[in-house]
Design a protein around this ligand. Structure first.
Ligand SMILES: [Fe+2]
Length: 248
């Protein structure tokens, strides 16, 4: 039976989202980073964004209470199921969205680049994040997630895992976390350049659609990074540590 955590000043941001993903909407509304910078107490995140802490707690509690049954309990899933979910849901979305958004950004740059020059930079940044994400997902699917699966199998058979050329799982995880910081930073720059995805008055249909697609891409990235940084990775590290204690 799942429980709702008690939310107060010192509750850690990532734990609130891990307990109920519906709370991500509240953090997004206030521009609080819950994925790459989620390891902070609520009071610190509120101070940084100059938000009234009592109001923030009130909103988080209300969202948690009202939407508990609608939220998937990702933190209760087994690690192989969660990593498959990330691949089948988030990685598949990124692979489908990249060529679509790139095509739309090309059109926007060609039609509006002279009057809205920031869209030239947005297009360049999106090409950069596209390349980085394709390589990042490949590393996760070919290197990191198979290690997670191996550890999961070791647990099933109560076997001590053999550590490979990667040392411990912390090493590939650190590398992936650094890449998440890079990707998050690029999407933050896109958000700033577009003034929080504000559309100019003369925006055509493609411009409007592209703006929406970029915002959706950023939201998906936040969820994807949250599931890895705040749930999958710490659990995989704990599992490996636990299994390495097996004497045989
Ligand atoms: Fe990732």
């Amino acid at each position: 039976m799942s429980t709702t955590i008690n939310i107060n000043d010192s509750t850690i941001v990532k734990e609130i989202v891990a307990n109920n993903f519906q709370t991500a909407k509240v953090f997004e509304k206030y521009g609080i980073d819950f994925c790459c910078k989620g390891n902070r107490p609520l009071t610190k995140a509120a101070e940084e964004r100059k938000i009234n802490i009592s109001e923030l707690i009130g909103e988080l509690v209300s969202v948690s209470k009202n939407n508990k049954e609608k939220s998937e309990r990702y933190d209760e899933w087994d690690l192989v199921f969660l990593s498959n979910y990330i691949v089948n849901n988030h990685h598949a979305y990124v692979r489908e969205a990249i060529p679509r958004i790139q095509e739309h950004l090309e059109k926007v740059e060609n039609r509006h680049g002279k009057t809205h020059t920031h869209m030239i930079d947005v297009n360049k940044l999106f090409r950069q994040i596209s390349d980085e994400m394709i390589s990042h997902m490949h590393k996760e699917e070919k290197v990191l997630f198979p290690i997670v699966k191996y550890l999961h199998d070791c647990k099933t058979f109560n076997e001590k895992p053999k550590t490979g050329g990667y040392g411990t799982i912390k090493n590939p995880i650190n590398a992936m976390e650094n890449e998440h910081i890079g990707a998050g930073g690029i999407m933050e720059s896109i958000r700033e350049l577009t003034d929080n995805y504000t559309l100019p008055e003369d925006a055509c249909t493609t411009f409007t659609l592209t703006n929406k697609e970029l915002e959706e891409f950023e939201q998906d990235l936040h969820k994807h990074v949250h599931l890895e940084n705040n749930i999958l990775f710490p659990k995989a590290i704990n599992l490996e540590e636990e299994l390495l204690k097996i004497s045989k």
